[in-house]
Design a protein around this ligand. Structure first.
Ligand SMILES: NC(=O)c1ccc[n+]([C@@H]2O[C@H](COP(=O)([O-])OP(=O)(O)OC[C@H]3O[C@@H](n4cnc5c(N)ncnc54)[C@H](O)[C@@H]3O)[C@@H](O)[C@H]2O)c1
Length: 358
């Protein structure tokens, strides 16, 4: 017998939440059932695009939507914990955006809220669905690299750079918790864990705010940027130490995430901006011969390793499959918590000027 469609509600639909709703609408067995937002313009737009969905202005209305199975939480970061826990308490599976929360103390009860009810809690670490990242994870897991010795993760953007653009929630620490560190650092930490399979043991780092103020849309004057724009940190994974650098005010960079690593048998680099190919030197003749000429050939991801997404978005496909088909390999709330520990550890290490152990 055909399964009934999975009914999903969306909280926060101005930005990435709208994309998740579009993807769910394209999935063969998902139904866009409800929206919750605080801005009428986004509710109206969503309602035009998905006229069958309930339009909600309060959490109570949202949770009262008939036969809701799951929720997608895509609000600014400070609301993730409250919405996620309320949805889980109502028995809904939850896809929550990254960074999972503001603090580890907020993230831990989110994990418990889904775990204690055997619900799916998925953290949207979107680079897990970049084909080159997945292939490198598989290759490391197969043992082909041997031991990993070295890791460098760099994630640069420019979109928060203009000091004459309006102050947005990402510039406000009480709403975002972190700047580039949370927005991009969370992806970087997850990508490192995902590809190498190694777990952070301790961290040390620093952060900076290089664009100090922006236009205050309310007053027309200047308002301080209270989040970081840049961060650098080192994560000790036991067998190797990862070096991480991130900025959201770097000229000329769009969405530039690069993970570069090397080990006993090879060296590789994967890029967010081109997930269908990567640089790789693995096995003979590279492994045993030193060289003075860098040689890291471009390799295409084989067609057999390309993703064939039903909805156009890996997180939406896997959210469905985790709920309905028992898929176990997805970025879970535990993965969200692992990244959260590193992020908050960096803030602590900045205060104490010392390594923070996990
Ligand atoms: N996984 C990724 O690659 C990725 C990419 C972009 C954004 N994100 C994450 O998604 C989240 C949202 O980011 P965005 O860029 O879409 O932001 P956005 O500002 O474009 O959209 C946020 C939406 O939340 C709504 N909102 C604000 N307060 C609310 C409240 N109290 N209740 C309900 N809705 C509320 C806003 O009106 C807006 O519609 C953030 O956590 C961000 O880190 C993740």
């Amino acid at each position: 017998m055909a399964q009934s469609p999975l009914r999903v509600g969306f909280i926060g639909i101005g930005g990435i939440g709208a994309g998740h709703a579009r993807a769910a609408a394209q999935h063969p067995n998902m139904e866009v059932a409800a929206f919750l937002d605080v801005k009428d313009e986004f509710l109206e737009r969503a309602s035009r695009q998905h006229p069958q969905a309930a339009v909600c202005k309060t959490l109570e209305q949202f949770l009262a939507t008939p036969k809701l199975d799951a929720a997608v939480v895509a609000t600014p970061n400070s609301m993730h914990a409250e919405y996620t826990i309320a949805c889980a308490q109502k028995g809904l599976h939850v896809l929550c955006e990254k960074p999972m929360a503001m603090t580890v103390a907020e993230a831990e009860p989110m994990v418990q809220a889904v775990k204690s009810r055997s619900l799916v809690g998925l953290t949207n670490f979107s680079y897990r669905w970049v084909e080159s990242f997945r292939l490198m994870r598989e290759t490391v897991k197969s043992g082909a690299f041997g031991r990993v010795f070295r890791l460098h993760v760099k994630y640069l953007q420019s979109f928060l750079r203009d000091p004459n653009s309006p102050l947005v929630w990402r510039n406000r620490v009480e709403i975002a918790g972190f700047g580039a560190l949370g927005d991009l650092g969370s992806h970087m930490i997850d990508a490192a864990r995902f590809i190498t399979g190694a777990e952070p043991r301790r961290v040390i780092g620093v952060k900076n705010t290089h664009v100090a103020d922006k236009l205050d849309p309310k007053t027309g004057g200047r308002a301080p940027v209270t989040t970081d724009t840049d961060a650098q940190f080192m994560v000790d994974f036991g067998a190797f130490v990862g070096i991480f650098e991130t900025s959201q005010v770097e000229p000329a960079h769009g969405n530039h995430l690069v993970v570069s690593f090397g080990g006993e048998n090879g060296s590789a680099r994967v890029y967010s901006e081109d997930g269908k190919r990567f640089e790789l030197a693995l096995g003979e003749p590279y492994a045993n011969y030193p060289t003075w000429k860098t040689c890291l050939p471009w390799v295409d991801v084989p067609t057999t390793k390309q993703l064939n997404l039903k909805s156009g978005r890996g997180c939406i496909d896997d959210f469905y499959s985790a709920i309905r088909d028992g898929l176990a390999d997805y970025p879970s709330f535990e993965d969200g918590l692992a990244a959260q520990k590193v992020l908050n550890g960096i803030l602590e290490s900045e205060r104490t000027k010392a390594w923070v152990e996990f």
